[in-house]
Design a protein around this ligand. Sequence first.
Ligand code: C2E
Ligand code: CA
Ligand code: CA
Length: 404
Amino acid sequence: MDKLKVLIVDDSLVQRNHVIGLCHELAITQISTAENGQLALDQLRKNHFDLVFIDLEMPVMDGVELVRIIADEKLIESIIILSSKDPSLILSIGTMAESDGLSVVGTFQKPIKAADLSTSLKRLVSNFTNKKEDNPTTPLTINDLKTAIKNREITLHYQPKLTVKGLLLKGVEALARWQHPTRGFISPVEFIDAAERLDMISPLTEYLFDIALKQKAQWSAHGINFHLSFNLSPLSLTDKGLAENITQQVKHYKIAPKDIVLEITENAISGEISTAIETLAKLRLKGFNLAIDDYGTGFANAQQLSRVPATELKLDRILVDNVATNPQQKAILKSTVNLSKDLQLITVAEGVEYLEDFKYIYQLDVDLVQGYYFAKPMTAENLTLWLKKDLAKIRKELHLALNH
Ligand code: C2E
Ligand code: CA
Ligand code: CA
């Protein structure tokens, strides 16, 4: 932590000193302060910082305006929002900042507590390490993608989906991984986005679905039966031939469509959606399960949700992560779970990283969990080992934790 450079923006000297004290406890020593938004901007434009703490209520320029300018000018990536106001206001400014492209590592009511800050900093450090793995060089081209498919450089990892009650392995989600021979690890977000832009999403999806099905057939041959979740790009839903192609692929491997869950993001179903609904309806008629992914990040309303023939709702990490420490988030998560139940969808909580969050989820009527707390995405080989060794250990740990 000693390398982190932070800026604390707050008009109250007492509050600034409080945050400075907490930073010292966490071995952060490179600390600057500013009394208002304007002075903060002066510093941010001149110097590099890793993190800025922003108080919402300040004279001269309030925190909301400061967040907007920071996002517009891309002055910093990570922020923490503080306020003495209503938690729902703080959370909504946080959502605004995220949609403006900032990484909000914490939203807190003042005074911020040491444990909360420590959790946020862990998230900041993990953002850093994840980013380091990425190797942003020149933009990907059609040829890069074609070569990757031809040479089978892109592979799949699998992340377990477990029942909340009993921690039984219910399914796995296939997640694409690309280890490029010279560029190193390329994030799926980056290459899926490139494939969408370069009109390569159909061949890439077909290639990945084939790998997933082959793996599923192998598991079935060994008597291991759980469902397989596979991500579809929203763009694929505009492809009128998709439903038929996918059906042919599962037939080829003699896999029943009911053992496959196709995930589509919430954004695909908000806005102009008639072609998307048509494709989804066809897939559902053919027997596939459908999950609405990343729920909570987009703007689909309950009515749009009810028009999609989905079978599963995946609550995004933004609703789940850190829920135990945030009363407002608890309320939102709880009501979203209720909505999901009312629509008779299987509810999945994504991005569970902490035991405390799992304990809260356990109290709600959530069906399935997925997250680093249980397992990271892994190769098919490692999944077998995880099933043999780690799962029993996790069950035991949780049993103890829940009964204390
Ligand atoms: P997603 O579908 O929401 O997948 C879940 C992402 O959350 C995965 O990131 C997974 O590694 C990560 N994750 C799971 N549990 C945790 C947790 O506890 N904490 C944190 N911090 N993260 C967790 P990944 O693999 O980097 O994938 C990112 C996105 O890329 C996916 O988000 C999905 O939208 C897209 N993607 C990945 N593979 C494919 C694919 O084969 N096809 C398509 N169309 N999109 C894909
Ligand atoms: Ca997904
Ligand atoms: Ca998701």
